[in-house]
Design a protein around this ligand. Structure first.
Ligand code: ATP
Ligand code: MG
Length: 182
């Protein structure tokens, strides 16, 4: 029997959302699956993981990462309107790429890294995300990451994990570490 694909969400304020998605991507790739990672925020992936993904993908062409955006961070309505519109256009371009790739049938797993910010800030709607989840190829697995997962998407997803920051080295003034943070 054909198994229906799963929708996973990694959210919360603690560390581990993107790296858990990367771990799952590597697991799927190791199983022979075709895996695409789309970064909604360019620069959210650090040097170490980019090198690893490129090296593995280079072995068989079944693991790819593509960066959208231009390194911006979302601030929502606090920022001026022109800046918000510029970021919104980049998020819309990323969304268009996600739709195209998901519907292409070329992938077994698609990771939409940091997309939950774009949804939270109203650049991608919950309704269109729900529609894409519904219309995607039946066996495709999807992972969404980012803080602020919406209630509607949590309801639709199969597996939702909230990273809870019990403590973080940053609070002691320890700067990002190579191999841990990048
Ligand atoms: P990672 O990429 O390490 O899995 P993440 O995807 O859960 O982290 P993001 O919100 O995307 O978290 O932020 C990425 C960076 O911010 C990482 O370097 C991470 O260590 C750091 N970070 C995550 N959570 C916290 C926190 N609660 N306090 C300080 N820094 C944090
Ligand atoms: Mg992240």
């Amino acid at each position: 029997m054909e198994q229906r694909g799963l929708v996973l969400i990694n959210t919360g304020n603690g560390k581990g959302k993107t790296t858990a998605a990367l771990g799952t991507a590597i697991r799927a790739w190791g199983d022979g699956q075709r895996v695409l990672i789309l970064q909604f925020i360019k620069g959210a992936w650090r040097y170490g993981e980019l090198e690893a993904v490129r090296a593995l993908g280079g072995l068989n062409g079944k693991l790819e990462i593509r960066s959208m955006g231009d390194g911006f961070v979302f601030h929502g309505k606090k920022e001026d309107e022109a800046e918000y519109e510029r970021k919104k256009q980049l998020a819309r371009d990323a969304w268009a790429a996600a739709e195209r790739e998901i519907m292409s049938g070329a992938w077994d797993l698609v990771v939409l890294d940091e997309i939950l910010y774009a949804i939270h800030f109203g650049m991608v709607s919950e309704a269109e995300t729900a529609r894409l989840i519904e219309e995607r190829p039946a066996k495709l697995n999807l992972i969404f990451t980012g803080r602020y997962a919406t209630e509607g998407l949590i309801a639709l997803a199969d597996t939702v994990t909230e990273m809870h920051p019990v403590k973080h080295a940053f609070e002691k003034g320890i700067r990002a570490r190579k191999g841990i943070e990048y």
